[in-house]
Design a protein around this ligand. Structure first.
Ligand SMILES: [Zn+2]
Length: 64
């Protein structure tokens, strides 16, 4: 099973990159890497955002 989440669905106005992973942890790590590299946010900001919007992000995960 592959878990994926789209940046645009997660609220980014321009980036339509799809992040995927085999597990929730892998998806989280890949999303973090993408956010840091492409969106210029810090790891602390990313983790805080995920903590605050966990339910929303979880509901956006597609399983294929
Ligand atoms: Zn993005």
């Amino acid at each position: 099973m592959t878990l994926s989440i789209n940046c645009k669905d997660a609220g980014d106005p321009t980036c339509s990159h799809t992040i995927s992973g085999e597990t929730e942890q892998e998806l989280f790590d890949n999303a973090k890497k993408h956010a840091l590299e492409e969106h210029g946010i810090t790891a602390a900001e990313f983790e805080e955002d995920v903590k605050k919007n966990e339910e929303k992000y979880r509901s956006l995960i597609k399983k294929t």
